[in-house]
Design a protein around this ligand. Structure first.
Ligand SMILES: Nc1ncnc2c1ncn2[C@@H]1O[C@H](COP(=O)(O)OP(=O)(O)OP(=O)(O)O)[C@@H](O)[C@H]1O
Ligand SMILES: Nc1nc2c(ncn2[C@@H]2O[C@H](COP(=O)(O)O)[C@@H](O)[C@H]2O)c(=O)[nH]1
Length: 586
């Protein structure tokens, strides 16, 4: 089959309009039609509906449950009805609402979508509530066989609303937050990547009677996907409402009507379908929206995923305090098209530790900023209001006056303190790099007296008791490290510069012992880069890495205790900045 389901559906909608006739032989209708409530009655009902629909609409949707209730005979009747519809050139959407995992889901997909299967349809409705990912294989099978699928997102039954409109809270939201329905639409839309034509083969079910904005299903979220919309006719939505309800994506809607058509009985059925179909074709909106422009779904989807990742990484940077909220705001204002610029104010505020959703809303209301605003789109009054709010709550400290040439370099694990210090030692010999004593064992390549003085516990105890250490600490809850006092005092007495590469606890002790010390905090360019450096160094196992990253968060939260912050993006650049700071001191 060379054409995709999306292409065949587009052609059918172009030719016949949006109406899809539902085939729902429930007991009351069977009786009204003078048919028995049996498999045979349901078969007759279906076949007559197919006959009336033939040439009048492009799509029919048998409701599987009304056949399944009669067991194997019911399924046999359904097979006949679907085969007759497909022979008549109608596209058949089997409304089966299947959803399972693994090979079970594969079984369902095979039943409804495999060519030659007794229940072969053109498309099937699927439920994503075992996780949209559980449908991945079924959707791939649909695409492979030129079939389609409609995945439930925002259904018209009121009891589904709380679940389908709930917010996904996994830090990967495209906007400031994302509803379950919108995430499902996004995830299943991945199966459409690369499909030719204006409509992909995988679509969604969106009730015509629901407010789709409450589910995050705006036009952008639905672009390029066929939309199966129950709720027209007896349920309340009218054909003339199509454009109002579905906006730019109205031309992708398959508008299902069942009761409003079937209730007229078999004799008036064809005329009724004609009447209702004409209302959709005459809808003034359709001429304008018939064909949305071709979109490169693959590229658009890749860009959306990349942008989402970038924003998630920036939010991590703020929440781990690798960058200040003010810094993120500066980046967003400097480049409105960047990931920072595209971040919504709501996303931005909730990335700041201690701001939850209700506090966020109060802040925005008090600053007069609409929640839909993005950082790059803030007006000048709003920028000033947000800046001054942030500066009041989280002031960015400047250096204290009168610093000395005792320089303390600290920062989270794997930020590159050792690397920067080694670079300074090699390239700026005028600066004395302190050699610490430690109880940890030497790593391969480490030299006694050059990298550390490797001592046992007894010797470390002696150094402490004798007051020979300027500071010392247990680092990462494991080994003891300390700075020998004598060499530092000698260097400073000679008017030189001493550099200590030590941990946060040590930095605090030095500051307590000598308040004039210059404290420099080394920052990574991003949290993700920090993790990357730790993993890339390969000197710690997973447990030790996790321990160090926990400590890193605590250390990052203490950066405001330092006089200066230097970002270690390039080693020589960061080293030069530290040296410049050292030279500027008395
Ligand atoms: N600017 C940089 N760019 C890229 N990689 C870097 C940079 N600086 C350091 N690294 C690398 O990051 C890893 C961690 O560096 P380093 O061991 O110096 O960190 P540290 O802060 O001393 O860590 P710890 O406190 O855990 O001892 C090393 O593999 C190092 O080569
Ligand atoms: N308080 C001190 N901390 C120190 C000292 N020397 C090193 N360190 C810190 O220890 C960790 C781990 O070092 P590693 O060589 O085992 O990876 C690192 O954060 C150093 O800054 C010291 O004398 N006092």
């Amino acid at each position: 089959m060379s054409e995709t389901f999306g292409q065949r559906l587009s052609a059918a909608l172009d030719l016949h309009g949006a109406l899809c006739v539902g085939i729902d032989p429930h007991a009351a209708l069977l009786s009204a039609w003078g048919l028995d409530a049996t498999a045979e009655g349901a078969r007759e009902f279906g076949l007559r509906t197919v006959e009336a629909a033939h040439g009048r609409v492009g799509v029919v949707k048998p409701q599987v449950a009304f056949y399944e209730r009669y067991g194997s005979r019911g399924f046999a009747a359904l097979e006949d009805v679907m085969a007759a519809a497909r022979d008549a050139g109608l596209l058949v959407i089997a409304d089966a609402k299947r959803g399972d995992i693994g090979t079970t889901m594969e079984g369902y997909a095979h039943a409804w979508l495999a060519p030659g299967s007794p229940l072969e349809a053109d498309a099937v409705t699927l439920s994503p509530y075992l996780g949209a990912d559980s449908l991945r294989e079924a959707l791939a099978m649909a695409v492979h066989h030129g079939k389609g699928a409609f995945v439930l997102t925002a259904t018209s039954n009121p009891e589904a609303r709380a679940l389908q409109s709930a917010i996904v809270d996994d830090g990967l939201a495209v906007g400031d937050h994302e509803h379950v329905a919108a995430r499902v639409a996004h995830d299943v839309n991945q199966a459409n990547i690369g499909a030719p034509g204006a409509l992909g083969p995988v679509g969604v079910v969106v009730g015509a009677t629901v407010d789709r904005s409450a589910f995050g299903l705006g036009d952008v979220a639905l672009a390029g996907m066929p939309i199966l919309a129950p709720g027209f006719g007896a349920q309340g939505a009218a054909p003339a409402d199509l454009r109002r309800l579905f906006g730019y994506v109205a031309s992708a809607v398959v508008a299902n009507e069942s009761r409003s058509i079937l209730a007229v009985g078999p004799d008036r059925l064809a005329a009724r379908i004609d009447e209702r179909a004409a209302l959709y074709r005459e809808c003034p909106c359709m001429a304008e929206t018939r064909r949305p422009p071709e979109v490169d779904r693959a590229a658009a989807s890749r860009r959306a995923v990349e942008a989402r990742r970038e924003r998630a990484a920036l939010k991590r940077d703020v929440s781990t305090r690798v960058i200040s909220p003010q810094e993120l705001l500066r980046r967003g204002l400097a480049d409105p098209l960047s990931a920072a610029g595209a971040m919504r104010v709501t996303e931005f505020l909730t990335a700041i530790p201690a701001i939850g959703e209700s506090k966020r809303d109060r802040i925005l209301a008090s600053l007069g900023i609409s929640p839909v605003k993005r950082l790059g789109g803030l007006g000048s009054r709003q920028r000033d209001a947000l800046r001054s709010y942030l500066d009041t709550r989280w002031p960015e400290p400047g250096p204290r006056e009168g610093r000395s040439r005792l320089i303390v370099l600290a920062g989270p694990t794997a930020v590159g303190k050792g690397t920067v210090a080694a670079h300074i030692k090699e390239n700026y010999p005028e600066i004395h790099l302190s050699v610490s004593a430690t109880t940890r064992g030497a790593r391969p390549g480490e030299v006694e007296g050059e990298h550390y003085y490797f001592v046992d516990d007894a010797e470390f105890d002696r150094l402490v008791e004798a007051g020979e250490l300027l500071e010392w600490a247990v680092v990462h809850n494991k080994n003891r490290y300390g700075t020998p006092r004598a060499p530092i005092e000698r260097v400073l007495a000679e008017g030189g510069t001493a550099l200590l590469e030590i941990d946060l606890q040590g930095a605090r002790q030095v500051r307590a012992a000598d308040p004039s010390a210059t404290l420099v905090f080394l920052l990574p360019p991003s949290w993700d880069e920090l993790v990357q450096r730790l993993v890339g160094r390969g000197t710690e196992d997973a447990e030790e890495r996790a321990r160090r990253l926990r400590t890193a968060r605590v250390e990052l939260a203490a950066q405001n205790e330092f006089d200066y912050r230097v970002v270690n993006d390039e080693v020589n650049h960061a080293a030069a900045q530290v040296v410049e700071l050292a030279s500027a001191q008395h």
